[in-house]
Design a protein around this ligand. Structure first.
Ligand SMILES: Cc1cc2nc3c(=O)[nH]c(=O)nc-3n(C[C@H](O)[C@H](O)[C@H](O)COP(=O)(O)OP(=O)(O)OC[C@H]3O[C@@H](n4cnc5c(N)ncnc54)[C@H](O)[C@@H]3O)c2cc1C
Length: 379
């Protein structure tokens, strides 16, 4: 067993860390306050090759796997969790999904622009009545000459306002058993009838855009079906396994930011004549944060490695997401506490980390949904 990063993993880590230090950390608080999507930072991430990290070299990407992506995403999320989720959804829920399940024609058509970042990907599964119960989607896809006509409302779509390509999961067989009549379609933002709906005002990750996507008589050609007709729900779930590695990496990144800020502050802040990290109540919190951070990262790297090997990874992905997101929230809680009143203000970044941490337990399967997945996969 090998715990050290390889040379190219170290290169990815260093490039992402440099980007986070230079571009993300200095601006993340402003983007959060303004709720502004960081177009320039995303362009710089694209220029650095981050958007195409998991796209095969034949289609203009770096051809790397989930483990490299996890290492990259941890660094990005230390700097800004909004950029982190934008990248995670693009890489896992669009690029990896298309590469694994799409036809050669679809890959040739869309992967190069996704890899160079000129097109951002979005994932449209959730609907107002279909959250944890994702098989309850009602968006319909009716067969017509040459393709399908889609109608419905997708909710909570990350990067909805900026994405150029959407994978939309819609019902092609309403009579089929729940979930088994669903198909995945690639829908371009300029297809007539696709509209960006309400933008959500959020507690955290406020610089990422989250919107409704409205589909009103959107004609999608046959060739834009991904995988088999009525095979979409399997694709959605398989894709989410990979996505959960991305969100667990996000949790590890926010967690690390909490720990680093808390170590620094507790060394500088003095009470009762000494730095507060000399009080056992504080130093034990730091010890727990550091230990749980390492445990979370190891679970994430194991899940990513399993998926890269093509081995069963559903349980490991859910375990990584469950543990990393909960550990991240404990760390964020303690980070604010260690900062005292200062942690409750925007003078210090921990109040943003505290708000950003919450989402890691909700999207791509809420905490109890991960428990359901894990328990169903116990031998
Ligand atoms: C910021 C943000 C970005 C998102 N981005 C996307 C996106 O890009 N694409 C997309 O398709 N979706 C996206 N989502 C949707 C997200 O995946 C859902 O919010 C999530 O799956 C939970 O669904 P829900 O909000 O409807 O909660 P509900 O399903 O209503 O759950 C509410 C609570 O009930 C619990 N619960 C539900 N069912 C069970 C059960 N069987 N057993 C135990 N507890 C249960 C949940 O754990 C949760 O605590 C996003 C959401 C947010 C908030």
């Amino acid at each position: 067993m090998e715990f050290a990063l390889t040379e190219d993993q170290e290169m990815i880590r260093d490039a992402a860390r440099d980007f986070a230090d230079r571009v993300l950390r200095p601006n993340a608080a402003r983007w959060d306050a303004e709720e502004s999507f960081p177009e320039d930072a995303m362009a710089e991430a694209a220029a650095a090759g981050f958007m195409g990290l998991t796209v095969p070299e034949d289609y203009g990407g770096a051809g790397l796997g989930n483990l490299h992506a996890a290492i990259l995403l941890e660094e990005i999320n230390v700097g800004c969790a909004s950029v982190g989720v934008t990248l995670s959804v693009h890489m896992s829920l669009m690029c990896s999904m298309l590469n694994k399940h799409g036809s050669t024609e679809l890959k040739q058509k869309y992967l190069p622009a996704l890899a160079d970042g000129s097109c951002i990907g979005a994932y449209c599964l959730t609907e107002p009545q279909a959250g944890s119960d994702a098989a309850a989607v009602r968006t319909s896809a009716v067969k017509v000459d040459g393709g399908y006509v889609l109608n419905g409302t997708k909710a909570w779509i990350t990067t909805g306002a900026q994405a150029g390509l959407f994978v939309v999961y819609a019902v092609t067989d309403a009579e089929a058993k729940k979930g088994s009549g669903m198909t995945a379609f690639l829908v371009e933002k300029d297809f007539p009838g696709l509209k960006v709906g309400k933008k959500e005002e959020k507690l955290g990750i406020r610089a990422s855009s989250t919107t409704e996507i409205l589909l009103e008589d959107v004609h999608v050609p046959n060739e834009n079906v991904v995988g088999a007709v009525n095979g979409g729900f399997k694709i959605a779930l398989d894709t989410l396994d990979g996505g959960r590695i991305g969100i667990a990496s996000q949790a590890v990144g926010i967690h690390r930011a909490c720990l680093e800020a808390s170590v620094k502050y507790s060394k500088e802040r003095e009470q009762f004549g000494k730095p507060i990290n000399r009080f056992q109540a504080i130093s034990f919190k730091l010890a727990d944060m550091a230990t749980e951070l390492d445990a979370a990262r190891l679970l994430v790297h194991r899940a990513a490695w399993l998926r890269d090997q093509g081995l069963p990874s559903t349980k490991a992905c859910s375990m990584a997401k469950l543990y990393a997101s909960q550990a991240c929230n404990r760390a964020a809680q303690d980070a604010v506490q260690i900062h005292g009143g200062a942690g409750y203000t925007k003078e210090f970044p921990v109040e943003r980390y505290y708000r950003d941490a919450r989402i890691t337990e909700i999207y791509e399967g809420a905490t109890d949904v991960q428990r359901i997945v894990i328990s169903r996969n116990l031998d």
